[in-house]
Design a binder for this molecule. Structure first.
Ligand SMILES: Nc1nc2c(ncn2[C@@H]2O[C@H](COP(=O)(O)OP(=O)(O)OP(=O)(O)O)[C@@H](O)[C@H]2O)c(=O)[nH]1
Length: 364
């Protein structure tokens, strides 16, 4: 259990594409708020500098603050691919570099002008940066990179200042490492909590598949992404045939076993970390196939339809039950939104039922 949790939070590459998208958007929003705040605070802090720093330093510090504020503003306005984890990590690295860059520049300036870095909270900067990590839900690998990055920049700053190796400098590095451990632990805990809540809110308890809410959220995202990347996208809507008959003849528990068995068949055919498999409601299931056109999606539906013929469920009374499914296929068109895409797949599903069930029908 502990090992499983540890592996769960070790790296983002272990999570589903959908969770990664959710976390990326979460990271994007937090980075944006912090960048916006810093874009405002940086110039405002100049008032404090004005009273605390000597006149000959003000221009240089104002320039450093201006560059920092502009960088933060640009970062806040950068909305490209909000759902990409890779870009969320890049955004976080840029935020750390912007802050650290200002810290290195200001601390060098203070030294050149004969001021110690304990003016106006400057010496506090690296500690503030590392504590900021606790705000984000991060995997262990990401928290380690964050901590090592801040430690490295602090070491470079110490080398530039010529203080590296002194007791005070080693003490700073040690304190940063301890704070990195605490803030990193908080960040990893946030990720663990987010994962737990996400799973509870998005999974169907009977089959373990995604639930309808998640399917609709993810389908909207996938549609957006398909349009951005000019890729095809198709959906399959399945409905188990004469399902009422299983409940009536063998009992509700047998019906549940059929639902679980069908979920297993779907999961087996889905491409790992690409396709979304969901229980859409009752005995209806939905599969989202990014990158596949209607004909390719129809082939997947046929494989699933035939795989159902080989599945047998043992009812609580010992009976072996077979089941079949009807499927509607629809490919995303330029005029589609999520509602029209699902409506077309539903129409195709009804056409498959009308044609005698155990069939795959493609929307026109
Ligand atoms: N065992 C079980 N049955 C469910 C569940 N959710 C919905 N059902 C049943 O699914 C059945 C759906 O039946 P209908 O909508 O009439 O359709 P059908 O019998 O599959 O007939 P066709 O769709 O026309 O082939 C109903 O009897 C529901 O009670 C569930 O979670 N478990």
């Amino acid at each position: 259990m502990f090992l499983e949790t540890l592996l769960d939070v070790s790296s983002g590459s272990r999570h589903s594409r959908y969770f990664n998208q959710t976390r990326s958007y979460y990271l994007f929003r937090r980075i944006r708020v912090i960048a916006l705040l810093l874009a405002l605070i940086q110039p405002a802090w100049f008032v404090v500098d004005y009273f605390l720093l000597p006149d000959d330093m003000l221009d240089a510090i104002a320039l450093a603050r201006g560059i920092g504020a502009l960088g933060c503003l640009l970062l806040a306005l950068w909305t490209f691919k909000r759902y990409s984890l890779r870009l969320a990590q890049v955004r976080l690295a840029i935020l750390v570099m912007l802050l650290s860059g200002f810290q290195t520049a200001s601390s060098s300036l203070l030294l050149i002008h004969g001021y110690e870095s304990n003016v106006a909270g400057y010496h506090f900067f690296p500690f503030m940066i590392i504590t900021m990590m606790a705000i984000f839900p991060l995997a262990i690998s990401e928290a380690c990179c964050f901590t090592l990055g801040v430690l490295f920049i602090e070491l470079v700053t110490q080398l530039l200042r010529g203080t590296a190796g002194s007791v005070e400098a080693i003490n700073s590095l040690w304190l940063l490492a301890v704070l990195g451990l605490i803030a990193g632990w908080a960040a990893v805990n946030q990720l663990n909590m987010l994962l737990g809540l996400y799973r509870q809110a998005t999974r169907d308890p009977l089959t373990g598949l995604a639930n309808r809410r998640q399917a609709l959220d993810q389908l909207s995202l996938d549609i957006l992404q398909s349009r951005e990347q000019k890729q095809a996208l198709s959906v399959l809507l399945f409905d188990l045939d004469k399902f009422k008959h299983f409940n009536d003849n063998y009992g509700h528990a047998a019906g549940d076993l059929v639902l679980k068995s069908f979920a297993k068949v779907m999961r087996k055919q889905a491409r790992k970390r690409i396709d979304l498999v969901c229980r859409y409601g009752g005995e209806e299931f939905l599969m989202v196939l990014p990158g596949l056109n209607a004909m390719q999606a129809k082939e997947v539906a046929e494989v699933i339809r035939l795989a159902c013929h080989d599945e047998k469920v043992t009812a609580p009374n010992g009976n072996k039950i077979g089941f079949t499914t009807s499927t509607g296929v629809a490919e995303l068109t330029a005029n589609d939104d999520i509602e029209s895409l699902l409506r077309r797949s539903d129409d195709a599903l009804y056409a498959a039922k009308d044609a005698g069930r155990d069939q795959v029908s493609v929307a026109g």
